[in-house]
Design a protein around this ligand. Structure first.
Ligand code: HEM
Length: 472
């Protein structure tokens, strides 16, 4: 057998583009697949996502690769082997509160490492209707808590001091399992477009702070009723103030203050709203980054209310006192700045406005003349199903209707629609591709960002614009 040169992972990582050569590893073998990139049946963009690192996490998501002919093909490109000492990961840094965070998928685009905030690349986001758990966007505010499932207890406080303490087994056994396919979106999705108008405070999310999963768990409604909450709680007080359900996570800052948020009690008790205390995500237990062992899932509502690593649920006449309910996740007039902002004056974001974005092609791409395929997602809050997506190739002068992909739970509007438009494009053209969605209340997206700019960069849902050139 030939003897191959040895490389470190750091050396492999230097080969990420066709000009530096494209290297990948599989097992302990190193491959130079530069010549295969353009031949890849899944497209050159996808193979480049793995460039400089291991193929396994990507191939685990796309099972077409677990065939003998794929490995045979790869064998032709072998150029080396990993050094023997590359097997063991580097020792952890013990003083770091984030040292216990779980491993993450290398495809995620990291906006902040500590706390971990990351989104899937656009090309993978619309590859499947359900986002693979490994690629689901992650929005953590604090270190990921390490929860021992055997000793986990969920505290549920009804009005008048009645409380329940539920183990994981009790949550699974005492309440029927309910499943909902729901899209979660961060209030800051597409913030980076807002900061191009004027700087805002917040993580620079691109278009990927949105993902879809099939969630399984107990209905919050059933658990609240078991804790003695009556269907009319809050009505009996005689005033018109809403009651709320406050959630706290096991994730806490250095002073012990946990993440917290609340939703109106009416939504929590509504059978149609399908609010879950979820313990499953796409058929497996929740991954640690997504709230293991139990998280709230509030369909149609900003992700910030779907509290992860759930520690307590409490019915209350007031909203959650948490910073994230009171002093964040609110929208303001474009003229409001950090000196004039009054967080008490604006309502907390709950249902999100109608949204859509183009995932393919990418801004600045050079596309081939002939038939162009434009792909993207569209979604609206509050269960308002998307009924139409309009796409323009000329900056909004003329429009065509995109084709909406299949939606497994038609009529239950919690999940996004993936859409596609095919159109002939002439060589040499410059296209300004634009999309906008319409929900079933005929809400539409605003045409530009400046009039909806706000200092925190939330609710960014203007028409999405992607300029591309067509090659000759
Ligand atoms: C399809 C090889 C990396 C995503 C395929 C197929 C081959 C292949 C041979 C066709 C399989 C068949 O239909 O029998 C490779 C090799 C890779 C690589 C040799 C690395 C050197 C990747 C990566 C991704 C990816 C990193 C994702 C990020 C896909 C997808 C398809 C596919 C989505 C299906 C395309 C379709 O059916 O529309 N790949 N692949 N591949 N690959 Fe890869």
């Amino acid at each position: 057998a030939p003897r191959y040169p040895r490389y470190t992972r750091a050396e492999v990582a230097q080969h990420r583009t066709p000009s530096e050569r494209v290297w990948v590893t599989y097992g302990t073998d190193v491959f130079d697949v530069t010549e295969f990139v353009e031949l890849h049946p899944g497209g050159p963009d996808k193979i480049l996502l793995a460039a400089g690192g291991a193929l396994e996490p990507f191939w685990a998501l796309y099972a077409v690769h677990s065939q003998a002919h794929v490995l045979e093909l790869l064998r032709d490109y072998k150029v080396g082997e990993l050094s023997p000492d590359e097997a063991s990961p580097p020792p952890g840094d013990t003083g770091d509160p984030f040292a216990g965070d779980p491993p993450r998928h290398p495809a995620l685009r990291v906006n902040s490492l500590k706390p971990f905030n990351a989104e899937p690349p656009p090309e993978l986001l619309t590859q499947s209707f359900l986002t693979p758990n490994e690629l689901f966007f992650t929005r953590n505010h604090l270190p990921v808590p390490a929860v021992e499932p055997g000793s986990y207890r969920l505290r549920v406080e009804g009005p008048g001091g009645r409380a329940l303490s539920l183990s994981l087994a009790e949550l699974r056994q005492r309440f029927p399992k309910h499943e909902v396919t729901a899209t979660l979106q961060c209030a800051g999705n597409r913030r980076s477009e807002m900061s191009r108008v004027r700087p805002v405070k917040g993580l620079a999310w691109d278009i990927g702070a949105i993902s879809t999963a099939r969630w399984g768990g107990a209905r919050l409604r059933d658990v609240l009723l078991a804790a003695g909450v009556r269907d009319n709680t809050g009505d009996s007080t005689g005033d018109d103030n809403e009651w709320h359900v406050c959630f706290e996570g096991l994730d806490a800052d250095a002073s012990g203050t946990p993440y917290g948020a609340s939703i109106p009690l009416k939504r929590a008790l509504s059978a149609e709203a399908e609010v879950l205390l979820a313990y499953e995500m796409n058929g497996t237990e929740l991954p640690r980054d997504h709230g293991f062992p139990v998280r709230v899932v509030v369909p149609g509502v900003v992700g910030a209310r779907s509290v992860k690593w759930l520690r307590s649920v409490a019915v209350s006449p007031a909203e959650s006192p948490s910073h994230w309910q009171q002093k964040d996740y609110k929208g303001f007039c474009p003229s409001v700045d950090w000196d004039s902002v009054d967080f008490g004056a604006a309502p907390a974001i709950q249902e999100l406005p109608v949204q859509s974005a183009i995932t393919e092609p990418r801004p600045g791409a050079a596309v081939a003349a002939g038939e162009l395929t434009v792909k993207g997602y569209a979604w609206s809050g509050g269960g308002r199903e998307v009924v139409r997506v309009d796409v323009s190739l000329d900056g909004g002068r003329t429009w065509r209707e995109a084709e909406l992909g299949p939606r497994p739970e038609r009529g239950r509007g919690w999940a996004w629609a993936l859409w596609e438009l095919r159109a002939p494009v002439p060589a040499g053209a410059r296209l300004d591709i634009v999309c906008k969605a319409v929900d079933r209340s005929y809400n539409v997206q605003p045409d530009s960002v400046a009039p909806i700019w706000n200092l925190r960069g939330v609710l960014s849902n203007a028409w999405h614009r992607v300029p591309v050139t067509v090659t000759r």
